[in-house]
Design a protein around this ligand. Structure first.
Ligand code: FEO
Ligand code: CA
Ligand code: CA
Ligand code: CA
Length: 679
């Protein structure tokens, strides 16, 4: 028997898969100006309404929209060669005329080992050989440079238990609820299946003579899960705070969790980033180290994996490790330090199925969204950028100590260097603050005696250094021609008027923005930069483009998340309006989540694709020839209420159609004439 998890004492932000509010760091320059770009543009136009309106967090005044319309339409961007798709709320995928869509590798599809066929009744052992759930960040690694064959590697951010357990049918379960047994425990088989639905998949795929992409049976096909053994590398390797009953010397970790976006190294490995890992852990109610409290590890757990009774005799601690309470004399006797093994970037070599994934601790510990590299230059240090996706958290960059050499470059380059946090000033300038012992207030007196202290509590170090709290940094992307770095700031409805300024100009920010910056002298290792807003998301007439002009219907978007530049410098923007807001009052103008393309030179934005109901759109990446775009559809049907789930009335049955449960899946988008997608 199962009963519904009643989240009476749970943090309501579980529902949005978000981080809890923390006390924001006061900004020294709050409410001085709107962003430098918009202020300058508005002054040029001789008006102040726009600047004032932004400063006070309101919506754009209609008179500004009329003034812009009177200026006449801009010439259409030659970079965007497709007809815009209208916002919509149908339970299907909509693409422009002349395009087609194939569904590939949905959750549960047989991937490796014995290739067990998909059924909702599959057990944990089947799941370990099938595609994981909740497809997210993704990369296509061509085989021998091919655009028709490669390794598709993707993250599986999380799972939706009600859609994946046959025994959940008929229960009143919401999107984040887990089935509990009558004694309050969890079924070990269900928990193990959930553990195996997380992680990363490596899938060898090939386009056949009919243009259809298929999985190729290959020993490189692989599942990495929330239970796969991994190595700890970098400054935290062997640190006493990484010791557990499973890894008494602190050099290993078990599995990776909540892998959201990703990165691709110059030497051809894949980086999976650990985002909302804190929801999987519980701790005791006593005093806890800041390395737990600053990260939101609380005496409650959304997933309740620790409540699965009967740890297998051959696998001690598989479930107990999610309880970080102190139970033994020393750390080697319990799992108090297990949460310290998460919040990292994990390097995976997809070409070697025997390779052990490596957690690279010098890249910092936080709710990593993804990683984006600056172009690797022979003989120069390597630079990468990463955002911490929680309200009022920071954007970071890492610069390697050693120079990059193409002939010898490997993951060890990520183990030595300098981690910086970004300060965005309201005048359009910015500074990178080194998170290094003895600099920027990081001393024994502030709790940061060593580099390991700083990296284990990266958030706290950036607090002390005075980084700028942002509106939830999601993906980054790098313009291949200009070197400008773009980041999505998806939203932050808790930002107050007093906190609204600069790169985070709106109070109660419901729709988000995209910021971009240029490093001083175009040098990615520089410690200063200049920034501007690329767009302020919002509905038609309210969102603003690069020119400060109101969006038309074809450009409107909310909650930008995924970003990717193709070779022609189209910026692909993927949206993630949370499932409880999708198509509800005030949000229906946006319809379902979408994929849009933007021209970085003109700022034009045009909707390219609309996804099925309840889903987020993510993972956009193309083949080298640009003729195939892979896009992920995550959590279709998540907008289904608990009551409707119990009645068997789902918001989505995509992709299989009713009455099948909805499944996350990859889309393959091509042009009927075989041309470059988007051109
Ligand atoms: Fe998993 Fe920040 O999106
Ligand atoms: Ca995301
Ligand atoms: Ca999401
Ligand atoms: Ca998101």
């Amino acid at each position: 028997m199962h009963k519904r998890f009643v989240p009476g004492h749970a943090d309501p932000s579980f529902a949005a898969n978000e981080e809890p509010l923390r006390e924001p760091v006061p900004q020294p320059d709050f409410q001085q100006v709107v962003s430098a770009r918009y202020q300058r543009r508005d002054i040029l136009r001789g008006g102040v309404g726009l600047a004032l309106c932004t400063m006070f967090g309101g919506l754009w005044p209609p008179r500004t929209a009329q003034a812009s319309a009177a200026a006449g339409p801009r010439p259409a961007s030659s970079r965007l060669g497709f007809s815009a798709v209208a916002a919509g709320s149908a339970d299907t995928v909509v693409v422009p005329p002349g395009y087609r869509v194939q569904v590939l590798l949905p959750w549960g599809e047989p991937l490796c080992g014995e290739y067990p066929a998909f059924s909702v009744g599959n057990g944990a052992a089947d799941q370990a050989q099938q595609m994981g759930s909740h497809h997210d960040g993704m990369h296509f690694f061509p085989l021998a440079g091919s655009s028709a064959e490669g390794l598709l590697v993707m993250n599986h951010e999380y799972a939706e238990p009600r859609f994946m357990h046959a025994a959940a049918a008929g229960l009143a379960l919401g999107a984040v609820d887990v089935p509990l047994r009558t004694d309050g425990s969890r079924d070990p088989e269900q928990v193990l299946k959930e553990i195996y639905a997380h992680g990363v998949s490596v899938a060898h795929i090939r386009r056949d003579a009919h243009g259809v992409w298929q999985l190729v049976r290959d020993t490189r096909n692989r599942r990495i899960t929330a239970a796969t053994p991994m190595a700890i590398s970098g400054p935290l390797r062997g640190d006493p705070r990484l010791r557990t009953a499973w890894s008494p010397d602190g050099t290993q970790a078990r599995g990776t969790l909540n892998n959201c976006a990703h990165g691709v190294t110059p030497w051809g490995t894949y980086l999976a980033c650990e985002e909302n890992w804190r929801y999987y852990f519980v701790r005791d109610a006593g005093p806890a180290p800041v390395s737990l409290t600053r990260y939101g590890v609380e005496p409650l757990s959304a997933w309740r994996w620790h409540l699965a009774a009967g740890n297998a005799a051959d696998d001690p601690g598989q479930f107990a490790r999610f309880d970080a309470s102190r139970r033994a004399e020393s750390a080697e006797g319990d799992f108090r330090n297990e949460p310290h093994a998460f919040g990292w970037v994990v390097e995976i070599d997809p070409f070697d199925p025997q390779s052990v994934p490596v957690k690279r601790t010098h890249l910092g510990r936080f709710a990593h969204e993804g990683v984006v590299f600056a172009p690797a230059v022979e003989g120069r240090p390597l630079t990468l950028y990463s955002g911490d996706d929680a309200r009022f958290e920071y954007i970071y960059k890492f610069v390697s100590s050693r120079p990059y050499q193409a002939a010898s470059g490997d993951g060890s380059l990520l183990d030595e260097g300098t981690l910086y946090a970004a300060r965005f000033s309201s005048d359009g300038s910015g500074e990178w603050l080194a998170l290094v012992p003895g600099k920027n207030g990081l001393t024994p007196a502030t709790g940061f005696a060593t580099l390991a202290d700083i990296l284990l509590n990266t958030r706290g170090a950036a607090d002390v250094a005075g980084a700028t709290p942002m509106d939830r940094p999601e993906w980054g992307a790098l313009d291949p021609a200009t070197g400008q770095v773009y980041f999505s700031l998806t939203k932050n409805e808790r930002r107050t008027r007093e906190q609204a300024s600069g790169a985070n100009p709106r109070a109660g920010n419901a729709h988000g923005q995209i910021v971009r910056w240029r490093e001083a002298e175009g040098d990615h290792t520089a410690t200063t930069f200049t920034w501007e807003l690329f767009l302020l998301a919002g509905s038609a007439g309210q969102g603003r483009d690069l020119q400060g002009q109101p969006f038309a219907q074809e450009s409107s978007l909310s909650n930008p998340d995924g970003l990717w530049f193709d070779a022609d410098r189209r910026l692909w923007i993927q949206t993630d309006i949370s499932d409880e807001k999708l198509n509800t009052t005030g949000w229906s103008v946006f319809g379902n989540n979408a994929l849009l393309a933007a021209d970085p030179d003109t700022g034009e934005v045009r909707r390219f694709m609309v996804g099925p109901r309840g889903a987020e759109i993510t993972g956009c990446v193309g083949t080298p020839d640009g003729a195939t775009l892979f896009v992920n559809v995550q959590h279709p049907g998540a907008s289904t209420s608990a009551k409707d789930f119990a009645r068997g009335r789902l918001q989505s049955y995509w992709p299989d159609g009713g009455p099948a449960m909805p499944r996350s899946a990859t889309l393959v988008i091509t042009r009927e004439d075989g041309g470059v997608v988007g051109a």
